[in-house]
Design a protein around this ligand. Structure first.
Ligand SMILES: *Cc1c(COP(=O)(O)O)cnc(C)c1O
Length: 404
């Protein structure tokens, strides 16, 4: 690529993907957001406050870390981690929430809404709402409320109101519809914080821009710590925000290969997976055109992954575009292999990774032995695994309440 990568276009398109597929009632809110984002994104005072918050509230920069034991054991390439697990609230999501709430304040909004599936985005949103003293309402499918009780409690501790959604399958996509309805009804005072690089334009671009700090830091850190830029950058892909965050600044480094890893669940030839790029079809979901897991009638399918954060039937439109440009490739890792990588990371490195991140780790562990020891694989360790204790214990048939 001789030309600099410059997407999306001014209408929010990444090739044929992205755009804004919204009802007329939302057109005004989206236009107001677009203007707000354009006004503040390069504003020095905005950037100064964003940088201050990342440093003092989130704890950035997050380090890069050489996983020496695991690399030695595998033989082959050096595996390095970008430690997003060390951020306040335990994952990358807070980077984006800080950016959006600063924008909300400048746009004069007093009320924050969000939707959440597993609860991680809800917690990050409730966290920044508390920090900035704004009212916060989080929509969550009632089935998810039941499954994710401790995250619901976290949000309530932080002062958010969690609204269980009883319609449809009572999960993420129903919560999303409710959040949209709320936004339409309360557009004057309400800001909708979307948690990944999806949604109608300008959200995919905006969320990417608030996450690109991950890759920008790596570009500075890797030559200092590892002596060169990585040969591979690997990240898990649910909606795709941690992956876009680390990929984006590397797009114009053509010698750095970018690999996204989707959730293969029980296998992509079964109905139980969440590999939208590898197995989905072009469709419209959450206000943008992208690859969607859908049946022959175009109905959005139920997805499955051992990690709740990857259990999403769409994917950010920019990933589909990067694949089409052949600038990134997208691999699949099944539940079993992610779980194995989770345990290896715990035992060999003393780091309990999020199950989402374990998908990226598993692919790195497959790739490393095929490379030489002067090559470097940089994995985005998107979050820590404390939240996944119950899931891992269940898979291992351990009852956390009775065994010590
Ligand atoms: C939410 C989450 C993800 C998936 O979201 P992306 O938008 O694909 O990054 C990945 N890792 C962790 C730790 C998460 O909490």
């Amino acid at each position: 690529m001789a030309d600099k990568y410059q997407y999306p276009d001014e209408r929010g398109h990444f090739g044929q993907y992205g755009g804004k597929f919204i009802s007329e009632t939302l057109a005004h809110a989206i236009e107001e957001l677009r203007q707000g984002f354009n006004k503040y994104k390069d504003d020095p005072e905005f950037q100064r406050e964003y940088a201050y918050e990342l440093k003092h509230f989130v704890g950035r920069p997050s380090p890069v870390y050489y996983a020496k034991n695991w690399s030695k054991k595998l033989g082959g390439a050096q595996i390095w981690f970008k430690r997003e697990d060390l951020n306040h609230t335990g994952a990358h999501k807070v980077n984006n929430c800080i950016g959006q709430i600063l924008l909300a304040k400048r746009m004069g909004k007093t009320r924050i809404i969000a939707e959440t599936g597993a609860g991680q985005h809800g917690v990050a949103t409730a966290t920044v709402a508390a920090r900035y003293g704004l009212e916060c309402v989080v929509y969550m499918g009632s089935e998810d409320v039941r499954r994710q009780a401790s995250n619901v409690y976290r949000m309530r501790l932080l002062g958010a109101k969690v609204v269980p959604v009883e319609s449809g399958s009572k999960t993420l996509k129903d919560a999303l519809n409710e959040a949209m309805r709320d936004w339409v009804a309360n557009v004057d005072d309400t800001f909708y914080i979307i948690g990944t690089v999806a949604g109608p334009a300008p959200y995919p671009e905006m969320v990417r821009d608030f996450q690109k700090i991950i890759g920008l830091e790596c570009i500075e850190q890797m030559p200092q710590e590892a002596g060169k830029q990585p040969d591979y950058v690997i990240a898990c892909v649910g909606g795709g925000s941690n992956a876009m965050g680390i990929f984006y600044p590397y797009i114009d480094y053509p010698e750095v290969k970018l690999v996204g890893v989707e959730a293969g669940g029980q296998g992509i030839d079964t109905p139980y997976h969440a590999a939208s790029i590898n197995r989905g079809q072009v469709g419209v979901l959450h206000g943008n055109r992208t690859m969607v897991m859908q049946d022959e009638d175009g109905q959005v399918m139920h997805t499955h992954s051992i990690s709740a954060g990857l259990d999403y039937p769409g994917v950010g439109p920019e990933h589909v575009w990067l694949k089409e440009l052949q600038r990134a490739e997208y691999q699949v890792i099944n539940d079993d292999k992610a779980l194995q990588a989770f345990h290896d990371c715990c035992r060999l490195e003393g780091i309990i990774p999020a199950l989402e991140s374990a998908h990226a780790l598993a692919y790195a562990a497959e790739l490393a032995p095929q490379l030489s020891n002067n090559q470097i694989i940089l994995v985005n360790l998107s979050g820590r695994g404390d939240k996944d204790m119950h899931t891992v214990a269940e898979y291992s048939h351990i009852d956390l309440d009775s065994e010590v």
